[in-house]
Design a protein around this ligand. Structure first.
Ligand code: UDP
Ligand code: MN
Length: 840
């Protein structure tokens, strides 16, 4: 019994004990569940956070791409339009409804300058007027992700103290001292890369020495109309060939140019889509099978979206192109010209527009109203966004040369580089002031730029011209790569890395961005057609020409692939600094402006390099109808002298083609002194550069460049025999193509040549003589098939005041020079081959 009682008591105790600990256990159990739930909730919240952020980014990106796509498609459908129609389209697309007649007229009138319109028209023929999307999303999106103001003390260059003498055939340069002092201050502390948006917008718009703003209205009223008339006139005046920007249509193509131009582009977009999708899949597969490989640079982390989170960069050392657009936003959405939109000026302001036009030969008045850090639409082919570039790209010095550049465009150029270049790749920005006369480009500019430690200003002590100004900039540059830009550009998102990547892959590549159009009239940023390359036509006239369709097909080219470019447009390119100097830089004998793009292009190609247009790098440029600055000497003469230097050094036997296309007068050495060429010729030898023929055959094979106007046998219609040169005398024989003695060339300079000997008229009008050929001797010139006159088939000497023609003796025993007689068949000649259309 006692045992039973004892047992009962024990059991009760145990039960009580268990009951007590059960409470604890239950408590612990419940607590852990609560803990777990809380934990999960927290985790969920954080996952959601990440997801929503990434999702947001993705949505934004996709929306943008969709818009861009849509825009391209819309515009592709729009096809070719007259400028006014295009404007209308833009107007309508902007939701502003159709334009009324007075608007149209005002537009045309405001945009004055037929020549410029023609140039742009040609340039835009293949281009699509771009309405612009809403990059606001991108601006804010990127703003959060990108390390802003990542300026290390290394970036703050010790300012130069003394004036620099560069020994570059002259230019005396001096780094601005004011700037130096201010820079030191800026560099001593935390650096401030960007002033805030307000500050930027309120950047002073200074006046020029010549035209003080205050009195302008009063003083200039009567002159304005004159000025604007003059502008129109000037612009329609003949341009020096080198200046004219030709936009070539593929000549071989059929008549339906809209087919040629627009359909393929549309197709490109579709094809590109397909390819991208396929690539996405590939990447995805790889990423899944190798999760370890998904390791990225922090910058890449910042940029990627959730969709691509798991499938982006895999290779170590590579990252996706950084699509930076850093600014101390918020950008004012409603600002004039924001997002690269066309900005229309009220007709009441036309007067102001006209008044200020000549300051830059574009709409300066409007430019001054547009924020200097405005956003512009990302016009890159879609694929570019996904492109990988190396982490260790070389750094670059960006060199802007300018003379009397408009304040707002110069600032916009600089801001576009600061805002859209990865800071670690931008070593510095060098502004080379080519002895500007505008007051605002002095102290005001120093002061403004002092807030950017990376910007240095070099002042040339006398006007050198853009070629020697670039050389001066290059001489003080510290970056591994030189990037030259005009001082009225806007670099687009992601513009720099694709250029540097090409140089990284091959230091002898010279990449150029696609040059897009910033309208000189409404300042809109216009997307240009892809597959365009720079070419030249005789007499060394720069132009644009589409890449032949067969070439695109054969090489399976996409819109984002680099394009081999026979001639660069000139102002915008990157080049490895050492390579630039190995090539002998620019010929410093070239003056002011013109021909330098030909020189550097031939030099690069013929001496082992390559020029490429990189569609993933895009920079807008204001094309002006006229140089807004003065030429120290006559403009025409300056340019033709430069071109003659280029022709003499690089064109070999093809230089005849240059001279014969309107530059015959340059053959007369009394007329022009093109300066000493010894160094340039030596350089070409030293670099063992290839021939111009090699260049034509390999780089620009679609260029038709026959070495003669005509060649083969020289048949006399009356005698029905052929000329033959034997033992230093001319005679007639039965025509025989196999006989070398019967082969003559009718040169571009209109001389009749046989192995260095030229047919010349005698001193007295009788017989003939043979003379060593020499392009500068006009007495060796024979006019043949010059124009459709009665002397079409004659060989008329240029040496006499009266018309004297080469004539075969009746029995073929003599060759004389006689008064031209249209009906005399013994004075009529025919070459076996004619290499030109005949009439010229
Ligand atoms: N430039 C210069 N000195 C000169 C002529 C031009 O520094 O004597 C600059 C000019 O300000 C511009 C660049 O060189 O930034 C290219 O000139 P421009 O824009 O007139 O050439 P285009 O674009 O018409 O070929
Ligand atoms: Mn320019």
């Amino acid at each position: 019994m006692q045992i039973a009682v004892f047992m009962r008591v024990k059991m009760m105790r145990i039960r009580r004990y268990l009951r007590g600990s059960g409470r604890v256990l239950a408590f612990v159990f419940i607590a852990s569940i609560v803990w777990l739930l809380l934990d999960m909730a927290a985790l969920r919240v954080s996952i959601n956070d990440v997801n929503s952020l990434l999702l947001k980014e993705q949505v934004i990106r996709e929306r943008q791409l969709f818009k861009q796509q849509n825009r391209v498609t819309q515009l592709v459908k729009g096809g070719f339009k007259h400028p006014v129609q295009r404007m209308e389209l833009a107007h309508t697309l902007a939701g502003l409804g159709p334009l009324n007649a007075s608007n149209k007229l005002a537009h045309v009138y405001r945009h004055g300058g037929k020549k410029q319109e023609q140039i742009l028209e040609a340039r835009r023929r293949n281009s699509l007027l771009h309405k612009g999307d809403k990059p606001k999303a991108r601006a804010s999106e990127v703003k959060e992700e990108v390390p802003v103001n990542r300026v290390t003390p290394k970036d703050i260059e010790p300012a130069m103290k003394k004036a620099v003498n560069l020994d570059l055939n002259g230019p005396n340069v001096e780094e601005s001292r004011i700037h130096e002092g201010l820079n030191k201050v800026a560099g001593s502390n935390k650096t401030k890369l960007q002033p805030d948006a307000e500050e930027i917008k309120q950047a002073p718009l200074p006046t020029s020495k010549k035209e003080p703003m205050k009195n302008e209205e009063v003083v200039k009223v009567p002159h304005v109309k004159e000025d604007s008339k003059k502008t129109l006139q000037d612009e329609s005046e003949g341009e020096t060939p080198a200046k004219v920007i030709q936009h070539e249509e593929e000549e071989e193509e059929g008549a339906d140019h809209s087919e040629v131009k627009f359909k393929p582009l549309h197709k490109d977009v579709e094809e590109e889509e397909m390819k991208l999708k396929a690539e996405d899949k590939e990447v995805e597969t790889v990423a899944k099978s190798d999760p370890e490989a998904v390791k990225e640079a922090p910058e890449v982390q910042a940029k990627k979206d959730s969709k691509n989170e798991a499938k982006v960069v895999k290779e170590p050392g590579l990252h996706r192109v950084l699509s930076l657009d850093v600014t101390n936003a918020p950008r004012d959405e409603n600002a004039v010209g924001q997002y690269g939109h066309a900005a229309n000026v009220a007709s009441s302001e036309d007067f102001e527009v006209k008044k200020r036009w000549d300051e830059g030969h574009f709409n300066v008045y409007l430019s001054d109203k547009i924020p200097v850090d405005r956003a512009i639409p990302d016009t890159r082919p879609r694929k570019c966004v996904m492109d990988l570039v190396h982490d260790d790209l070389p750094s670059t010095s960006v060199i802007f040369c300018f003379v009397d550049e408009v304040w707002s465009t110069l600032l916009r150029s600089v801001h576009s580089v600061l805002n859209r270049s990865p800071p670690h790749l931008l070593k510095e920005i060098i502004l080379v002031d080519d002895f500007s006369t505008k007051e605002y480009l002095g102290e005001n500019l120093d002061k403004y730029m002092s807030q950017f430690p990376k910007v240095r200003i070099i002042r040339l002590k006398e006007r050198q011209g853009l070629i020697r100004a670039r050389l001066a900039g290059a001489a003080v540059a510290k970056g591994e790569v030189l990037t030259f830009l005009d001082s009225h550009v806007e670099c687009n998102v992601g513009w720099l890395e694709p250029l540097l990547e090409r140089i990284y892959l091959d230091r002898k590549k010279v990449p150029c961005p696609v040059i897009e159009v910033v309208s000189d009239k409404d300042m809109s940023y216009m997307f240009v057609d892809n597959f365009q390359r720079g070419i030249f036509k005789w007499p060394l006239v720069f132009g644009w020409k589409p890449v032949p369709k067969e070439y695109i097909k054969k090489n399976n080219m996409t819109v984002a692939d680099p394009i081999r470019c026979p001639v660069m447009a000139g102002g915008l390119f990157s080049i490895d600094k050492k390579y630039f100097y190995e090539l002998g830089a620019y010929d410093p004998g070239l003056d002011v402006w013109g021909g330098e793009n030909m020189e550097i292009s031939f030099k690069i190609w013929m001496c082992g390099g390559e020029i490429e247009i990189i569609p993933c790098s895009r920079v807008g440029h204001i094309f002006r109808g006229k140089n807004p600055y003065k030429f120290p000497k006559d403009r025409q003469k300056t340019v033709e002298r430069n071109l003659a230097r280029v022709a003499e050094v690089w064109l070999d036997e093809y230089k005849d083609l240059f001279y014969s296309h309107g530059y015959q007068h340059l053959l007369n050495k009394n007329f022009i002194d093109i300066g000493n060429l010894t160094e340039q010729i030596e350089l070409r030898k030293k670099l063992k550069c290839k021939s111009f023929k090699w260049y034509l055959d390999n780089v620009y094979p679609d260029m038709v460049a026959p070495l003669t106007k005509a060649d083969g046998l020289v048949f006399n219609l009356g005698l029905r025999k052929c000329l033959s040169l034997q033992n230093n005398s001319l005679l007639f024989e039965i025509c025989d193509l196999a006989k070398q003695s019967q082969h003559f060339n009718y040169s571009w300079t209109r001389q009749i040549r046989h192995q260095g000997q030229c047919i010349a008229p005698p001193l007295r009008p009788q017989g003939y003589t043979l003379q060593p050929c020499d392009n500068s001797r006009s007495e060796l010139v024979w006019i043949h098939r010059y124009s459709r006159t009665s002397l079409w088939q004659h060989l008329m000497s240029k040496s006499f005041s009266q018309r004297l023609c080469l004539e075969a003796g009746l029995k073929g025993e003599t060759l004389i020079i006689n008064t031209c007689d249209p009906s005399n068949s013994y004075q009529q000649w025919e070459f076996t081959h004619y290499n030109t259309n005949g009439v010229d």
